[in-house]
Write a protein that binds this ligand. Structure first.
Ligand code: ME8
Length: 518
């Protein structure tokens, strides 16, 4: 039997200096949708998330909270795990950079890069931002709000002078440009690939990769006064999870590396698209296949920030409106890759229009007419009319269209394809008027309701990655067995059997409203 195709997708590992907010939920959700889609499409999937626990920022946050760094990390990492539960993320692994396996892995990678001659010892003097955990050139700095000099992100910077190990990044300019040219889709969206290329073309300076002024991190092998730069530590998580270095010649590393997609926010693209492939190539390892940089969420038009006090809590949102509307809105509202704004009004309008009206209505009227007019049994279809055949054959083409979009991580376009079919199916029912056929032509009514039920079944299977719980509930109502919910069951292969008894229908998408407005 041929080996199954594999798919390895990762989220950034999140800093534990802060509790999870909607931005973190968004990135992991996008990966969850892609991972679920690939599993249903027959792939062997590895979906990784976790927490980034070292570095000066975390050390400072722990000190401010008055606890030792490890206890602090345990506590906040636990909240990111809770988010996985709360949002039904189908992860295969949760990695923490304080785990022993990871410390071994980072040290092994360092030694390999060093042995290949890409690391030297020197002294760093320059600007550093603890909030970004990043070094900046003088030319990159901007004037901040209070006349302070800031990083381009607006984060404060400080002047550093200390002994440091360096990675010879300056030697990687041509090799990276060559790699991008050969892999023009390495970074998506395309505009982000252009940004990365112009950054690299503008010249690369050697990168300071160790610090001596704090302790919370992985010691440099053979020189424990130096703590590794938190980004070399963090990026390595993607191979630690596959068993690097001990099991790098067999098992998961062989099966899943290079990763299919590193999903990141646009803030951390440079680390993933410049430093990470350079580190890997320097160690003689393959770079990942794709880095997708998505956009930034604001809240009612404002930058989300703890100090403004407008952080959107994903736990509270799910508690208030239920999980699947939240999953749907985040993935559908904004073209994936662009920035987006969260507003409660926009949320309610979108969910009511697309879920309660479009999909909910299609499911509800098809199922309730079968319950009422066909004794709750899937009707026997007669000869198919042109309209029936067109609807079914359009549905058969949907998977391919969705697949093409999701291979480019164009999640919103995949959703649009599904919703176009929902709207066609609603149009079909409106045109065929099965309710009017009950008296005039019950046999034709049976055919129309059969085709409508098939449309619901196919669309529910396709929408599972997006809204797993609601779609499971809908497929239960169509009495589709658990083992017949994969993409192999779409179309002819899984057609509903006439005479199948359905449970009593119940709504899947209640209309949402502000509490005080109802
Ligand atoms: O950068 N909108 O961790 P982090 C959209 N530890 N996405 C957002 C967002 C927003 N407003 N805010 C955060 C780190 N994100 C490093 C990563 S990986 C080897 C190390 C998401 O906790 C987005 O994915 O600061 C962003 O890239 C990530 O959270 C930053 O998380």
């Amino acid at each position: 039997m041929p080996e199954r195709k594999t798919y390895y997708i990762t989220t950034p590992i999140y800093y534990v200096n802060d509790v999870p907010h909607i931005g973190h939920a968004y990135t992991t959700l996008a990966c969850d949708v892609l991972a679920r889609f690939k599993r249903l499409d027959g792939f062997d999937v590895m979906f990784l998330t976790g927490t980034d626990e070292h570095g000066q920022k975390v050390e400072k946050s722990a000190a401010a909270a008055g606890v030792d760094p490890q206890s602090f990390c345990d506590r906040v990492s636990g909240r990111f795990r809770d988010l996985v539960e709360s949002m039904d993320f189908s992860i295969d692994q949760f990695i923490r950079t304080t785990e022993d396996r990871h410390i071994r892995s980072v040290q092994a990678l360092w030694q390999r890069i060093e042995a290949a001659g890409h690391i030297y010892k020197g002294a760093y003097s320059g600007w550093y931002s603890v909030r970004d955990e990043a070094f900046y050139a003088e030319s990159e700095l901007i004037d901040g709000p209070n006349g302070q000099t800031c990083a381009p992100s607006g984060a404060p910077v400080e002047w550093l002078e200390e002994p440091s190990y360096f990675f010879k990044l300056s030697e990687w300019q041509d090799k990276l440009l060559d790699f991008y040219q050969k892999n023009p889709h390495f970074v998506l969206p395309k505009s982000r690939m252009n940004e990365v290329m112009s950054f690299v073309k503008s010249g690369l300076r050697d990168l300071s990769i160790s610090r001596t002024s704090f302790n919370w991190g992985v010691p440099v092998p053979g020189d424990p006064d130096h703590i590794m730069y938190v980004w070399i530590d963090a990026l390595t998580n993607y191979i630690t999870a596959l068993g690097y270095p001990e099991r790098s010649d067999s098992g998961d590393y062989q099966r899943f590396w290079p990763a299919d997609v590193h999903m990141v926010g646009k803030d951390i693209l440079r680390f993933h698209a410049v430093y990470w492939p350079a580190f890997l190539m320097a160690a003689g390892l393959e770079p990942p296949q794709r880095v997708f940089a998505h956009g930034w969420w604001t809240n009612e038009g404002q930058k989300i920030s703890k100090s403004v006090g407008n952080v959107i809590d994903p736990f509270a949102l799910v508690e208030e409106f239920g999980l699947d509307p939240v999953r749907y809105f985040l993935m559908r509202e904004v073209p994936f890759g662009n920035d987006g704004d969260f507003s409660r009004e926009g949320f309610l309008a979108r969910c009511n229009a697309d879920l309660a009206n479009d999909f909910g209505n299609l499911a509800q009227r098809s199922l309730s007419m079968i319950a009422k007019n066909c004794g709750g049994l899937i009707p026997q279809p007669g000869l198919l009319s042109d309209a029936d055949a067109v609807l079914l054959s359009d549905l058969d083409k949907t998977l391919n269209e969705v697949r093409v979009h999701l291979d480019d991580q164009a999640i919103h376009q995949a959703i649009e394809v599904i919703w176009r079919q929902i709207s066609r199916a609603n149009g079909y029912i409106a045109a065929e008027q099965p309710w009017a056929l009950k008296k005039t032509d019950p046999e034709r009514m049976g055919t129309v309701l059969y085709v409508a039920a098939e449309a619901v079944r196919n669309l529910a299977i396709l929408a599972q990655p997006l809204m797993p719980k609601s779609m499971a509930h809908l497929l239960d109502q169509l009495a589709v067995p658990d083992e017949n919910r994969g993409f192999a069951d779409l179309g002819e292969a899984g057609r509903l059997k006439a005479g199948l008894a359905l449970p009593a229908p119940s709504g899947i998408f209640p209309r949402l409203a502000e509490k005080d407005a109802s």
